[in-house]
Structures are given as C-alpha cells and as structure tokens.
Design a protein around this ligand. Structure first.
Ligand SMILES: Nc1nc2c(c(=O)[nH]1)N[C@H]1C(S)=C(S)[C@@H](COP(=O)(O)O)O[C@H]1N2
Ligand SMILES: [Mo]
Length: 324
C-alpha cells in the first residue's frame, strides 16, 4: 500500500484550521453566550429524531446502565444537545458539524476483528461482544488537543476486559485499533491525503489500565453515530484524538503503530499524547481549555486530572515524547 506522506503545509484542511475556527467562535460566544445557549436548546429535538431513524440496536435494553460511582467529575456534564452537534469525526468532514452526515453510517450488522498476536484470530459480532462484556456508566472528562473540553456520561466496559477476551500472546506490546473504511458513506474518506483508515494505539499496559474504556453508549442510551457508534475508545488522560471511533479491528502486536495524526504530521502529533498544560502544541498553548457549551475557559490539568490512576505508567520514560 502506498501512503503519501505530507508535510504540514501541504494539508489543506487540518487542525490548524479548527483552531482558528475555535478562536473566532470563542470570541463570538463571549459576546453572545445567551444566543449560543438558546440555539443549543433548539437543536435537541433534531438529534433525537436522527437517532430514532437509525438502525435497530439489539442491545438497547442495556441502557441506562448502572453508574460506576468511582468515576465522578466535579464539573457539570456537557448538555447532550451541544455535545451531539460539535464533533470531530473526519470520516464525515474536517469540521465540527458532521452529526447529520454521520447518520449515514450503518452500525448494524457490525463485526469487530480481533487479530495479530492472539491465541486465535476471530471476528465477533458487536452485540455478542457487548453482552459478553456488560455495560456500566462512567462520567469522564475529554480534552481535545485543540484546547476545548467536555464532560460526558459514557456507557461501556473496561478495555482490559476486552483484552482478556481476545487472549493476546505474551509477546504483545501494543493494542492497535482501526475505524471502518467506506467512502460511499463517509465522504471525508474521499479526501485522499488523509491516511485512512483512522488508526490509533496504546501500549498493553495503557490498554489494561482501569481508566481505558470502550464506549458503546452515552447519555443513558446507545451511542449516537457521531460519537463513534457502535464501539469507540475513551482514554481521558490523553488528547481526544487518541479516542478512536467506530472501531472494526483490534490488532495485538509487538510493533508500535503510527497513528492517523502522527502519519499526517509527526512533528505535531505523537504516539503518547498525554495531556499536559506545560507542554504547548507547536502552534498554540495547552495551558487552558474552553469548556464546551459554557462561556469560559479553565486551566488544563496534567493527565487531564487522572494522574493518580495513570502517572505510574510513565515512570522512567524520560526519553519519550510523552505529551504531544
Ligand atoms: N475515527 C475517528 N475517531 C476520532 C476522530 C476522527 O476524526 N475519526 N476524532 C478524534 C478527536 S480529535 C476527538 S476530540 C474526539 C471527538 O469526540 P466527540 O466528537 O465525541 O466529541 O474523537 C476522536 N476520535
Ligand atoms: Mo480532538
């Protein structure tokens, strides 16, 4: 397979653009918070209507799932109608308003391939998998590398449980995940300069940390398509781009993968991508974050506030570029 490697300046639409949009939007919202709030209320019905027309979900009876009270957050949850209308899902366009287009994704039937260094490679039906794993609810923060953040009630199961289920060999060092590829439903995938399919990866230690979560639902229901249905990762101590959506393949390997953003621009996006306010992105500060749906910014916290659970993963790794 030939993958054209692009330099930053060759990429017509990329995160730099999003950052400009964000800054403009932010100054707009400073002066018009009330208008923003009013229009957000107005779109709620549309989101739910879109979901009702979607594919039947045979596991819908699992929601709302019991909340795991260990994963609480001090901030208010981002309203669903705001979260559902402001998404990064480049398969459907390199801007935030992709929620309508994402409804074209058929999320049933859906199979997930478990392959690579495992006892036995296999394909598992998503509903079989979800029933085998069980579902709980966790309130998580999410910090995008573009310096906005949200808080969201995810439903799903620990990735550690799925790793067990896959029975990796002891040689496995990394867990690599891939998103579906079908440019007939995801027009963004016709933008040939992106290295589709979207790929992300974790070390096996990260993947089996209790915080690493496989998302199947949000806001007490099966996940909306724009959130990455039917299976999406949530690694809240890392920048949001690590939390890959609509996963079709999970590969266990001893080689570190090169992820989507790293492939596009390795000088700006790396493998580890742990949140750190003191390490700026080459083109902007990471010190603060805009709270999605609120008219304010707050200081960003190391590991997005999850240091107690994850800091140990990175002991004695000074040589690694852990924060980009
Ligand atoms: N397949 C895929 N997964 C993806 C992305 C994407 O473009 N494609 N964007 C990432 C980024 S940059 C962020 S911030 C989050 C956004 O999740 P949200 O739309 O649920 O807020 O999804 C991540 N997962
Ligand atoms: Mo992001």
């Amino acid at each position: 397979m030939l993958i054209k490697r692009l330099r930053g300046w060759e990429i017509p639409e990329r995160m730099a653009t999003d950052e400009k949009v964000f800054l403009n939007r932010r100054s707009f919202m400073m002066g018009a918070g009330a208008i923003a709030a009013a229009s957000a209320i107005g779109t709620g019905g549309l989101v739910n209507a879109a979901r009702a027309e979607g594919d039947a979900d045979p596991t819908a009876d699992l929601y709302p799932a019991d909340r795991n009270e260990f994963y609480k957050i001090e901030r208010a949850l981002t309203p669903e109608n705001i979260n559902s209308r402001y998404n990064n899902f480049y398969e459907f366009g390199s801007h935030k308003e992709i929620s309508d287009r994402a409804q074209a994704l058929q999320t049933r039937p859906w199979t997930v391939t478990l392959d690579g260094e495992v006892e036995e490679e296999r394909e598992v039906d998503i509903d079989t998998l979800i029933r085998a794993m069980g579902v709980e609810e966790r309130l998580y923060r999410h910090r995008c590398v573009e310096a906005w953040s949200m808080t969201i009630p995810w439903s799903g199961f620990p990735l550690a449980r799925l790793v067990d289920y896959a029975r990796p060999l002891s040689s496995t060092k990394y867990v690599v995940m891939q998103t579906f590829q079908d440019s007939s439903v995801a027009s963004g995938q016709r933008q040939f300069w992106y290295p589709w399919p979207y790929t992300e990866g974790l070390t096996i230690e990260e993947a089996t940390n209790e915080l690493a979560f496989m998302v199947t639902g949000a806001y007490g229901q099966p996940a909306a398509k724009q959130f990455g249905a039917p299976l999406r990762l949530a690694v809240p101590w890392k920048y949001g781009f690590k939390s890959i959506k609509s996963i079709v393949r999970i590969t266990f390997t001893s080689e570190r993968p090169i992820s989507f953003w790293e492939q596009l621009n390795a000088s700006e996006y790396g493998f580890w991508a742990n949140v750190n306010p003191e390490v700026p992105h080459p083109r902007w500060s990471q010190a603060n974050e805009r709270v999605l749906g609120e008219n304010r910014t707050i200081p960003t916290v190391i590991y997005n506030g999850y240091g107690e659970q994850v800091a140990d993963l990175y002991k004695n790794m000074e040589g690694e570029r852990l924060y980009a």
